[in-house]
Design a protein around this ligand. Structure first.
Ligand SMILES: *Cc1c(COP(=O)(O)O)cnc(C)c1O
Length: 241
């Protein structure tokens, strides 16, 4: 478990170095520890090492460990662990998603947002949301197309979704061996974010740009990421058996 603590320090140092190369303030970049397939004990080890922001992919998996993590989430604001859903959200899972998570970073349809809004209203909760963009236009991947009317429709409907706060964009770019090859996708997402932000739409904030994973987070930081989602480089390889 000291390995997790060492890994977090090493990742933080690499984020800081990448930020300095672009004269960015390292404190403007959040590190999210992606704990899918990892145990509550491993999450706790990360928490004990100072980690507060976590990402989980699957609602069902998170349901299985949420009780064991309750004490980490109940502290005062700065001390409390926060868990974001980063995996694809289906419209029939919006109620547990609203119940279990502090934020949804992977919303990709108006229908899902409407249902999430209704679930949040019932729970008397406000849910911060990122819109997931399929920036490489990959067929099998979740996320909104970058260049179509569906995204625009969501942005225009935002004021009506009173329990949802759209805060920015998220992407998982096409996998490339060479992390530098992901740069074009990160740039594209940032340009899309800037374009939306310049419209100053009611109820839409575009402060957040969630991009970068274990193998390419430094490139993402260089391209203005505000949140890198790191799993393997913190917790080690995942075992899916
Ligand atoms: C698994 C996952 C990550 C973390 O991936 P690593 O390569 O292990 O860092 C980040 N974002 C999403 C959406 C994921 O599903």
């Amino acid at each position: 478990m000291t390995r997790i603590s060492e890994n977090i320090s090493a990742v933080r140092e690499r984020i800081e170095a990448a930020a300095r190369r672009k004269s960015r303030n390292p404190s403007s970049i959040a590190l999210m520890a992606v704990c899918k397939t990892k145990s509550a004990e491993e999450v706790r080890a990360a928490y004990d090492a100072g980690q507060r922001l976590f990402g989980e992919n699957r609602i069902q998996e998170f349901q299985g460990k949420v009780e064991a993590l309750a004490s980490l989430r109940s502290g005062p604001d700065e001390g409390a662990a926060r868990f974001h859903l980063i995996g694809h959200l289906q419209s029939n899972k919006t109620t547990p998603a609203a119940e279990l998570f502090d934020a949804v970073d992977s919303a990709d349809s108006l229908h899902v947002l409407e249902r999430l809004n209704a679930a949040a209203l019932k729970l008397n909760k406000i849910i911060p949301v990122l819109l997931e963009i399929n920036i490489g236009g990959e067929e099998q991947k979740a996320g909104l197309p970058a260049d179509q009317s569906r995204l625009n429709q969501i942005l225009l409907e935002a004021p009506r979704l009173e329990a949802i706060r759209i805060q920015g964009l998220m992407t998982v770019p096409p996998y490339t061996e060479d992390p530098d090859a992901a740069r074009q996708y990160f740039r594209k997402l940032r340009e899309l974010r800037d374009q939306i932000a310049s419209r100053k739409l009611t109820g839409v904030s575009m402060d957040e740009l969630s991009m970068g994973m274990s193998h390419d987070f430094e490139v993402a930081v260089e391209e203005d990421s505000t949140c890198v989602r790191v799993g393997t480089a913190i917790f080690g390889a995942r075992n899916y058996t």
